[in-house]
Design a protein around this ligand. Structure first.
Ligand code: PSU
Ligand code: MN
Length: 324
């Protein structure tokens, strides 16, 4: 039995090595490669949150403390981005600093952007979609972020639905987030995820958290209270041959959550301004995020930083359970 396990591990590792060495556009850092080869816990982290989600220099310091939080919980962080036309799993400190300084100058890279960015040797900050894709290519199973994209308010006419939802439906990565901001239509976002067959888990809660606040009024499919059970659900999904990932929504810690009326007023104002200015397409989410931040001052940034750290810790704990 043990021999059999050993040889199937060997076969898996060999397959993994062949797959990653076949992709000329994929570049995995030495540390991440070693961890994966030894079957240790690895947590993917996205880079659009660095370039488009927070101002410099807080974006860089946050990205580095998030990596540290993953390490403190016993896993190896892999910040993902596109640098010089390579899909990087495991950015260096210098690369994180570079993306943070470039800010909105870097292309926000979704699935449809990859072929051109790679062929032209360009840089790109990865969204939830492309971070999941690259994590999966590298063999990383868990990913921590702040908030995901979803169905925008008014999508029944604009058809603005984030590619993040499609990716969750097809790519086998567990995404740990703090729910979604109510710049989106949260009810429609849940409906869409249901249609696409994506399990939505509340961590320690029956309610979908709304990023800055712990409550949205919408129920999630399942409540799970331990990293071990998160890992077992992910493993069952794989063992049963099911496609797609899963969404873990982890509420912001009470002490950092924001007053609902303050945040909702800011969101309403941001949506109104976006409509007046005719903001659309890939600019919508970064515009709304920046406006909300501007309207709520430093408070929302502080909350944002804390919830990402909280998600990184949980993702690392789940990854450690998976590796055992
Ligand atoms: N929502 C947030 N913070 C973010 C994003 C969304 O609260 O940083 C970013 C993520 O990278 C997400 C992307 O994948 O925006 C979604 O963009 P769009 O709505 O254009 O798909
Ligand atoms: Mn969109």
């Amino acid at each position: 039995m043990q021999e059999r396990e050993k040889s199937s591990n060997f076969a898996q590792n060999t397959n993994w090595f062949i797959i990653i060495s076949m992709n000329a556009y994929l570049s995995i850092s030495d540390e991440v490669q070693h961890a994966l080869r030894e079957g240790r816990a690895v947590v993917a982290l996205e880079s659009t949150i660095i370039s488009h989600g927070m101002p410099y220099p807080q974006n860089v310091s946050t990205a580095l403390s998030v990596e540290q939080a993953v390490r403190d919980a016993g896993a190896v962080p892999a910040t993902i981005a596109i640098i010089g036309g390579k899909m990087k799993a495991g950015c260096s400190k210098e690369e994180i600093e570079y993306l943070g300084k470039q800010g909105q100058q870097v292309t926000k890279a979704s699935r449809r952007d990859l072929p051109v960015l790679l062929a032209r040797g360009m840089d790109g900050a990865t969204t939830v979609t492309t971070t999941m894709m690259i994590a999966s290519m590298a063999g990383i199973r868990v990913f921590a972020t702040g908030g995901i994209g979803g169905v925008h308010r008014g999508a029944e006419t604009t058809m603005d639905i984030s590619a993040d939802l499609e990716e969750l439906a097809q790519t086998p990565v567990m995404v740990v987030c703090a729910g979604a901001k109510s710049i989106l239509d949260l009810g429609l976002t849940l409906e869409y995820l249901e249609t696409k067959g994506v399990p939505v888990i509340g961590y320690g809660t029956d309610e979908l958290p709304a990023f800055y606040t712990r409550h949205s009024g919408f129920r999630v499919d399942y409540r799970i209270d331990s990293p071990a059970e998160l890992a077992s659900v992910y493993k069952a999904q794989r063992a049963a041959g099911l496609k797609g990932g899963m969404l873990v929504t982890n509420p912001i810690p009470e002490e950092y959550s924001m007053p609902e009326d303050v945040i909702n007023a800011a969101i309403d104002k941001a949506l109104q301004e976006a409509a007046e200015k005719g903001i659309h397409g890939k600019q919508t989410t970064p515009f709304l995020l920046a406006k909300v931040k501007e309207l709520t001052g430093g408070d929302s940034l502080a909350a944002n930083i804390q919830l990402v750290l909280n998600n990184a810790r949980l993702a690392a704990e789940a990854a450690v359970e998976m590796a055992e």
